[in-house]
Design a protein around this ligand. Structure first.
Ligand code: T3D
Length: 246
C-alpha cells in the first residue's frame, strides 16, 4: 500500500517502516499518525512479519507532534487534542512524542548523530503518547523528571549511559546493525517473545507473589506452543531450532 508520509519495505520476515517528512524532521502530522497506525496494524496482522523496524528519513527520527498542523485550529480558538496512537532505528533528531514512539519500541539502536529532547514542557504540555508511563520505567523517576522538565538535548552516548537506548553505532552502520538484530528477533519463538513482553509490563503493577502466580499461568501458555517443543527437540538433537510462532 502506498502512503504519503511513510515508506514501508519488507525484507524477508521483517517490515521496515520509515517516517517520511524529512523537511519537518518527521514530525507526527495527523496523516503520518494515521498511516503509522495502519502500517503497524497491517504488519501486526501479517503472520509472515515477525519483526518491525521503525526509522525516519533524513536527519530526524521524529520531532514529535507536528506543530504546524496546530497553528490554524489554535488561531481559530479550537484545541484539537494531538492524538497518537518494535525496533527503533534512531537515525537522528528525536523530540516530543518522537521519544514516546521510540520508547514504545522494544529495542532502540541509535546513530552516533542522534539527539533526544523531551520538548513537551517547553511549550506548556506534559509528556504524552505514553511517555509518562514509559520514560520513568526506562530511565528511573529522577532522570525522567530531569529530562521532562528541562528538555535539555541529550546526545546518543549520554542516552546510552542513562539507559534511554540499547546501543549506539556509527550512522553508516545503523541500518545494517538494525536489520541484523531484526532478523535475529524474527528467528525467535514469537509467542514466547510476546508473552515475555506482556508479563514484564503486567509485573510492574503486581507484587512478587502475584507476579510468580502470573508467570506460572503464562508459562503454561508458552509450554503448550509448538515452538517450545521445537526448542527442546533442537537442543537434544544438537541443531538450530526453526520457530514458527505456533
Ligand atoms: O498526538 C499525540 O498525542 C502526540 C502529542 C505530542 C505532543 C508533542 O510531541 S509536543 C512536542 C512537539 N515537538 C517540539 O516541540 C519540537 C519542536 N522542534 C524543535 O525543538 C527542534 O526543531 C528540534 C530540537 C527537534 C531540532 O532542532 P534543529 O535545530 O535540529 O532543527 P530545526 O531547524 O529546528 O527544524 C528543522 C525543520 O523542521 C524546521 O523547518 P524549517 O524552518 O526548515 O521550515 C522546523 O520548523 C521543522 N520542525 C521541527 N520540529 C517540528 C517542525 N515542524 C513541525 N512540528 C515540529 N514538531
Amino acid at each position: 500500500m502506498a502512503y504519503e508520509q511513510l515508506i514501508v519495505d519488507v525484507e524477508d520476515d521483517v517490515a521496515v517502516l520509515r517516517m517520511n517528512n524529512p523537511a519537518r524532521l518527521n514530525a507526527l502530522s495527523p496523516t503520518m499518525t494515521v498511516e503509522l497506525l495502519e502500517a503497524l496494524a497491517s504488519a501486526g496482522d501479517d503472520p509472515g512479519i515477525r519483526a518491525i523496524v521503525l526509522s525516519g528519513e533524513g536527519r530526524g527520527f521524529s520531532a514529535g507532534a507536528d506543530l504546524s498542523a496546530l497553528r490554524e485550529p489554535y488561531l481559530k480558538g479550537e484545541r484539537p487534542k494531538p492524538s497518537l496512537f518494535l525496533n527503533a532505528a534512531i537515525n537522528g533528531v528525536v523530540a516530543g512524542a518522537g521519544n514516546s514512539v521510540a520508547l514504545a519500541c522494544d529495542y532502540r539502536i541509535a546513530s552516533e548523530a542522534a539527539t533526544f529532547t523531551m520538548a513537551f514542557v517547553k511549550i506548556g504540555l506534559i509528556p504524552d503518547a505514553g511517555s509518562c508511563y514509559l520514560l520513568p520505567r526506562t530511565v528511573g523517576l529522577a532522570r525522567a523528571l530531569e529530562l521532562a522538565l528541562f528538555s535539555d538535548k541529550v546526545d546518543a552516548q549520554t542516552a546510552l549511559r542513562i539507559g534511554l537506548i540499547n546501543r549506539v553505532v556509527p550512522g553508516e552502520d545503523l541500518m545494517a546493525e538494525v536489520m541484523d538484530l531484526a532478523h535475529r528477533l524474527a528467528a525467535l519463538p514469537t509467542t514466547a517473545v510476546a508473552l515475555t513482553k506482556r508479563t514484564f509490563t503486567e509485573a510492574s503493577r503486581l507484587s512478587l507473589t502475584q507476579t510468580m502466580d502470573r508467570e506460572a499461568e503464562v508459562q503454561d501458555e508458552a509450554a503448550a506452543t509448538h515452538d517450545h517443543l521445537e526448542g527442546v527437540l533442537a537442543f537434544l538433537e544438537k541443531r538450530q531450532p526453526i520457530f514458527t510462532g505456533k
